[in-house]
Each structure stands twice: as C-alpha cells, then as structure tokens.
Design a protein around this ligand. Structure first.
Ligand code: MN
Length: 300
C-alpha cells in the first residue's frame, strides 16, 4: 500500500499514477483530537484504519500529477539519524568510528521539506552536502524492543535527504536548518517492502550519479537500529529514522537539483537555492569530519 500526504492535510492511497482521497475514511475511524496530522493519526490507529482502506471499490481517483505532494509525515515527534552506517562512507570521510561507537543523533522535525521543494542554504561561506538515505517510519510505540521484534514496530519506508553543513559544529546544528530534511515522496507500507535490507539507493545531483548502494551494506540494518534507538528513547508512531548514507556525498550549491531513487519506493526530487544566505556566524568550518573533495564541475 502506498500512502501519501498531499495538499492541506489530505491523505491518499496511490495506485499507478492515480490517487484516491481517503481522508474522510481515516477521520471516520480516528477523529482529530490532538491537533496532529491525519497521517500521524492514521499510523497511530492503523489496525482500525487498514480494514476501512482495503474497501477500495468505487472510490474516486484523480491523477497524482494534479495534487501537491507533501512530506508523508509532517509532524513526527522526532527524526533520529544514523551518523556513519556504511563502511564506504566512513572511509570517504576519514572517520575512525562508525555507528557502533557514535550512536545516533537528532535532526529537528522543523527541517522537513515537501517533495519537489527547495532546500535553502543558509550561509554564503560554508560547504553543504547531499546525503541520500532510506528512512523508516515507526508504526507502534517502541521502548526497549529486541531486534527480533523491531520490524513489528515499523509502519513503512520512504526517502530522506539528510542535508548537511560540513564542519565542526554539533551534528544537530549542521543538519537541522529549515528545509534540510526533504522527505518522501510517499510512504510504502512495510508489508509491501518485505525485507528492508535489499533496497537499491541511487542519488544524483544535476543528473550526475553520485551515490549508488544497497541497504544490505548498512552496518546496522533496520532491526538493529530500531532496537538500539528504542533502548535510548521511546519511539512514537510517525517518528522518522534515517538509516545513514553511503559513499558519494558531495557539495551542493544554489541552482542544483537532487534526485534520490529507492527501489520499491520511488524518487524524491528537490532543488537548491540560497535566497537569503549570509556569512556563517559560527566558526566550525575548519574542524570536524573531513569530506571528500568537491565533485569536479561538469561543463565549465
Ligand atoms: Mn546522514
């Protein structure tokens, strides 16, 4: 099942190039109480919502191209991310440690950007990189779950671009600027993905392929990530976990376009601008993990 958030807090079921509005079906089962989005309520009450959504006959469908796709979950309580979770990325960053030493970090939910949106680079004098990642969405509250039980707590999968300022500032600063978490294009339910450890990931900038990997190469796969994170903090329905990026990170600049493709999921596209960029007020530029040199400029 492919589920999207679109327009003004609508939730839709996607089939092919069509989308069916199921917002009222969800709201019939779970009336809004907390002020949360319809998608988050759908996830929270999934066992009651799913049987209703399976009665699809006769539901009106419209072209997917006629709606404005939003990030599938606009209001997670948190985005948890893996810092170094592919060996080839550890090597390119000259890092001596990976996730088993580093643990995880938090990225601000206010950084979420809709599919097709524009990443706004905040500074004129700092390097920013793309990091294409598989993301998972938590389906059931998870606290101290075992690896064996971890996948029962996953609702579905989507794409996330972990946009990053390079340097020595804390990760939560460098990765939390507004627009630095493009998410989407939609959610694919976990039962449709099957095992999350064989998803192809490709990330391109301006059409040039930078990252090509498979989630089988994750140092900590999805069960280990969910289990570990749930031992640190309680995971809530709708929370987002970014699984980490493979080798091929590189600098991005105003005017660029980025595309993240995940097999069995889809493509997340964004553009890059620096409309209100100013000099950076913090001085971490010369410190921190050392990224690979900028990709060679093509065509000039
Ligand atoms: Mn990352």
């Amino acid at each position: 099942m492919l589920l999207a958030t679109y327009d003004d807090d609508r939730v839709g079921l996607i089939s092919g190039d069509k989308i069916a509005d199921v917002t009222d079906d969800v709201r019939f089962v779970t009336p809004p109480r907390s002020g949360g989005t319809t998608m988050r309520d759908l996830i929270r009450r999934w066992s009651s919502v799913a049987p209703v959504l399976e009665q699809q006959a006769g539901r009106a469908r419209r072209p997917l191209s006629s709606v404005r796709l939003r990030a599938p979950v606009l209001d997670p309580s948190k985005i948890v991310a893996a810092p170094v979770n592919y060996l080839d990325h550890m090597t390119e960053m000259s890092e001596e440690n990976h996730i088993s030493s580093l643990g995880v970090f938090l990225k601000a939910p206010s950084a979420i950007l809709d599919p097709g949106g524009t990443i706004q680079l905040p500074y004129t004098d700092r390097r920013f990189d793309q990091e294409g990642e598989l993301a998972l969405i938590i389906g059931r509250r998870a606290h101290n779950v075992s690896e064996e039980a971890a996948l029962d707590h996953v609702f579905g999968y989507t794409g996330l671009l972990d946009i990053t300022m390079r340097g020595g500032e804390d990760r939560s600063t460098r990765k939390s600027f507004d627009t630095f978490a493009p998410l989407g294009p939609w959610l694919v339910a976990a039962d449709e993905i099957g095992s999350p450890d064989s998803i192809d990931l490709r990330c391109s900038v301006n059409g040039g392929l930078r990252q090509s990997a498979n989630t089988r190469d994750l140092i900590w796969g999805v069960p280990a990530l969910v289990s570990y994170i749930s031992s640190v903090m309680t995971l809530e329905p709708g929370d987002v976990i970014a699984t980490g990026t493979p080798a091929g990170v590189g600098s991005i600049n105003a005017g660029d376009t980025i595309e993240l493709e995940l097999s069995r999921i889809g493509s997340l596209r964004t553009s890059v601008a620096a409309d209100h960029a100013v000099p950076c007020p913090t001085k971490g530029a010369g410190r921190g993990p050392v990224p690979p040199p900028p990709p060679e400029q093509v065509g000039d």
